[in-house]
Design a protein around this ligand. Structure first.
Ligand code: PEP
Ligand code: MG
Length: 559
């Protein structure tokens, strides 16, 4: 039996085979082949595999987001068998006796350069496509899965860490739990695990050895323990714990249909955070009152090129209609920092967390923002929509974003396209500047949603991605909690509602604090809805408020 200690970031016990996430190798070796005909046959087989995979992706995209989303993969299919592209590879293999991986790499570079040099932006954008298609063929040639999970059974997925773009591509039905070498509690792997309601352990360092692949592993997301080849006693103990958790879940099920009402009669909205339409069934089955944060950038991360207005419209419309009139807050594009997307062609930054990200990109590149807002307002006709802007620091940014909303409404009116007049506009409070300006910002919006992951990062000047900083990254820090109180006070003075959509919202140790400072909404992962409801229903705000506020502001509370 091997015991490894990490840090649990998503509760629960899971058991299954350990599987290491594999990335396509970036380095391609070049060599002269002895049998060019056999090499050509290798290429043709890899090409056929890539075309088949693209066909499957097109079908998945069609089901999730409609015909236009599927078109992208169908275009890639055509590219993979484009005559000129294929002929260039054939010449390199059959005449120059180059191995297929190198021939595809050279041809991809040559075609990408040719596309990039064209004047028409449409053709320029094809440079990224040809590179993408070629990587898929190379992955098929080398046998290294492009981040997929090539296992017939569900697994405990081990990785150094996963980028958001990698997590969106995973086949979620194959994952029982996560173990990562690095990462942090507010990294997107941890967030994904909590959304999926599966256990996750981070920061195990180099304790996980490649030779453990395939061994039976039990992970406990509560304690951070990873047990490989557990002996009988340990296994029995962990399986018992798993059973107890199942029973607790069953008990929590009784709370479905009950209000989130405190003992002294205050009702609070409990909503969910989602990454896309696929997460809505979990929101509904956990009886959440709405969606408090739809991270729309996951839609962009899932595409190889900018998703068109129609692709976005279909996805937003699906979430709104599936939520059946319950409120859905969609956050506009929040990329940059840890969420990088190749086709945005963003220059490398020294300090990406302080760089061109989120609303800043939208204001700097209004054509991207305009497309997203058109899709959002069109979708608003199908449910109860709120739109919120991330990473705000100044009032002018909000005014400029709202102007773009006005422009979109005018356009849709002129075009006779229906949209709702009751779309709420809100902002995320994620920076100290937004906290300090919240009295002014409240005059511009209908609601605030506190992104405590970033608010902690920026208030404490502490990188949320850096595992080394664990004990410095403390969302319970009085500076963060006092910031939330300032925001609540300023919001309420101006008749604006205020929620928390960062991970802290689900922290039951702080529920009394949030209720005492007057938070109106908590948006959490679907699995956290019922435990939170239970906690709210056990709380008497009138009893605890005075002490909570006194503690928060006390001289002793310095940490
Ligand atoms: C946050 O910062 O708290 C938040 C909800 O946004 P994200 O985690 O996606 O940055
Ligand atoms: Mg954030």
């Amino acid at each position: 039996m091997i015991l490894i200690q990490g840090k649990g970031v998503s509760n629960g016990v899971a058991i299954g085979p350990l599987y290491f996430y594999q990335r396509a190798k970036a380095t391609i070796t070049r060599y002269e082949v002895e049998d060019p005909e056999a090499e050509w046959a290798r290429f043709k087989a890899a090409q056929a595999t890539a075309i088949e995979q693209l066909g499957e992706l097109a079908e998945k995209a069609r089901e999730e987001a409609g015909d236009e989303a599927a078109l992208l993969f169908e275009t890639h299919q055509m590219m993979a068998e484009d005559m000129e592209y294929e002929e260039a590879i054939q010449t390199a293999v059959q005449e120059n006796k180059l191995n297929a991986e190198a021939a595809v790499t050279d041809t991809a570079a040559q075609f990408a350069e040719m596309f990039a040099a064209m004047e028409d932006p449409y053709f320029q954008a094809r440079a990224a496509d040809v590179k993408d298609v070629s990587s898929r063929i190379i992955a098929a040639l080398t046998g290294v899965a492009q981040g997929g999970i090539n296992s017939p059974v569900p697994v405990i997925l081990a990785a150094d860490d996963l980028a958001p773009s990698e997590t969106v591509q995973l086949d979620k039905s194959k994952i029982l739990g996560f173990v990562t070498e690095g990462g942090s509690g507010s990294s997107h792997t941890a967030i994904l695990a909590r959304t999926m309601g599966i256990p996750a352990i981070i920061s195990v360092g180099d304790q996980l050895k490649p030779e453990y692949e395939g061994k039976e592993v039990i992970i406990d997301g509560g304690t951070g323990n990873v047990t490989i080849d557990a002996d009988e006693d340990a296994k029995a103990h962990l399986l018992k714990k798993m059973e107890e958790q199942r029973k607790t879940r069953e008990m929590l099920e009784q709370l479905k249909g009950k209000p989130n009402e405190t003992l002294d009669g205050r009702t609070i909205k409990v909503y969910c955070n989602i990454g896309g339409p696929d997460d809505v069934p979990a929101v509904l089955s956990n009886d959440a009152g709405g969606v408090g944060l739809f991270r729309s950038e996951f839609l962009y991360l899932n595409c190889d090129d900018f998703p068109s207005e129609d692709v976005q419209f279909e996805a937003y419309k699906k979430v709104l209609s599936d939520m059946g009139g319950k409120e859905v807050v969609i956050r506009t594009l929040d990329i940059g920092a840890d969420k990088q997307i190749g086709y945005f062609n963003m220059p490398k930054e020294e300090n990406p967390a302080l760089g061109n990200r989120a609303l800043r990109i939208c204001l700097n590149r209004p054509e991207i923002f305009h497309t997203q807002l058109r899709a959002l307002f069109r979708a608003s006709a199908f449910g109860k929509l709120g739109i919120m802007f991330p990473m705000v620091t100044s009032v002018w940014e909000v005014k400029e974003a709202k102007k773009m909303c006005d422009r979109v409404r005018d356009e849709l009116t002129k075009e006779g396209i229906p949209f709702s007049e009751d779309v709420e506009i809100g902002i995320m409070i994620e920076t100290p500047a937004a906290v300090l300006m919240s009295d002014r910002l409240a005059k511009e919006v209908d609601f605030f949603s506190c992104g405590t992951n970033d608010l902690t990062q920026y208030t404490l000047a502490c990188d949320r991605q850096n595992a080394e900083l664990g004990r410095f990254f403390n969302p319970h820090h009085p500076a963060v909690l006092r910031a939330l109180k300032i925001v609540c006070d300023n919001a309420h003075k101006n008749g604006v509602w205020v929620g928390i959509c960062g991970e802290l919202g689900a922290d039951l140790a702080l529920t009394e604090t949030f209720l005492s400072i007057g938070i109106d909404e908590l948006s959490v992962s679907p699995r956290s809805v019922l435990p939170l409801r239970q906690k709210i229903r056990e709380t008497d705000v009138s009893q605890v408020k005075e002490k909570v506020l006194a503690d928060l502001l006390s001289d002793e509370n310095t940490i």
